[in-house]
Design a protein around this ligand. Structure first.
Ligand code: ATP
Length: 268
């Protein structure tokens, strides 16, 4: 029997004010896939992710989770199944790391009563997974950007979601943190849809890439298939050389950019 996709997006369009930000998108995510969402500024990445975690309401039947229409799921069912990590949320800075991570129990009805042994264990395990046990009693505000993001990922882990959505989770982190954090997420074997700006990082981490341009899905496939010099020129407007990454030549393309755009613009 064919397995049902975890997430199915079918003919999704979305309008913000006068602006049509998503245009008839269709794709699905299989259980366990790690999928990168790429595209230039304004392409519609955040808008698409917002539709999927239901920050934006969309028309019925355009998004299904486990075969059920996203719009009809209760808030609780949605929160039990979908966790979201955004870039640098600042709302919970006064909480300690432990408290932030415990927030992940909310969808299961935790937090408002004493934690059960099982819940405490789950929080502890998540703190271990992200390597934050030693900082768990510190306020979030006293942590570095990378450590804060780890705490948010631990919160998402405690939620035990089927789908983890990440909107540019690494954009303020240095390159080592970016790699470390995303390799950590990858090792957790969740289904992940994450937006990126760093093409090389996305190529090395993702099973599959979705490329957006002007709200349309212009490519969907393995990094090696999708990332071509033509696509980089057509979608991102850059001139680049694409070769094989020395570490994984069969799987990972390596993008090297050429510079001098300012001069070309002036040269007309
Ligand atoms: N509230 C809004 N009302 C009208 N248009 C909006 C609104 N929010 C975003 N947009 C527009 O929707 C388009 C898509 O924006 P979105 O944030 O989804 O792009 P993005 O690919 O995530 O961009 P970036 O890489 O810059 O974060 C942009 O042209 C943006 O100007």
């Amino acid at each position: 029997m064919l397995q049902r996709p975890l997430l199915q997006v079918q003919n999704l369009s979305h309008q913000l004010g006068e602006h049509r930000v998503l245009e008839r998108l269709s794709f699905s995510l299989e259980q366990g896939e790690f999928v990168g969402l790429l595209g230039p500024n304004g392409a519609g990445k955040s808008s698409l992710l917002r539709c999927i975690y239901r920050y934006y309401r969309t028309s019925a039947k355009t998004i299904a989770l486990n075969g059920e229409c996203l719009q009809t799921l209760s808030q609780r069912t949605l929160a039990q199944n979908v966790a979201v990590v955004l870039q640098q949320p600042e709302s919970d800075m006064s909480l300690t790391v432990y408290e932030v991570v415990t927030l992940g129990l909310l969808p299961q009805g935790g937090m408002w009563r004493a934690l059960t042994q099982e819940q405490k264990q789950r929080v502890h395990q998540a703190l271990m997974d992200v390597g934050l046990c030693n900082l768990q009693h510190k306020p979030l505000a006293q942590l570095s950007g990378g450590e804060q993001q780890r705490a948010h990922i631990a919160r998402a882990l405690v939620q035990q979601p089927q789908l983890l959505i990440m909107d540019e989770p690494t954009s303020h982190l240095d390159i080592k943190y970016q790699i470390e954090l995303m390799e950590l997420v990858r090792s957790l074997k969740l289904t992940v849809l994450a937006s990126f700006h760093d093409l090389n990082l996305a190529c090395a981490l993702c099973d599959r890439l979705l490329i957006l341009k002007h709200g349309q899905l212009v490519a969907d496939g393995a990094p090696k298939k999708v990332v071509t010099e033509q696509l980089l020129s057509d979608v991102f407007g850059v001139c680049a050389k694409v070769s094989d990454h020395p570490q994984q030549p069969d799987k990972w393309p390596l993008v090297q950019y050429f510079y001098g755009y300012q001069r070309h613009q002036h040269d007309g």
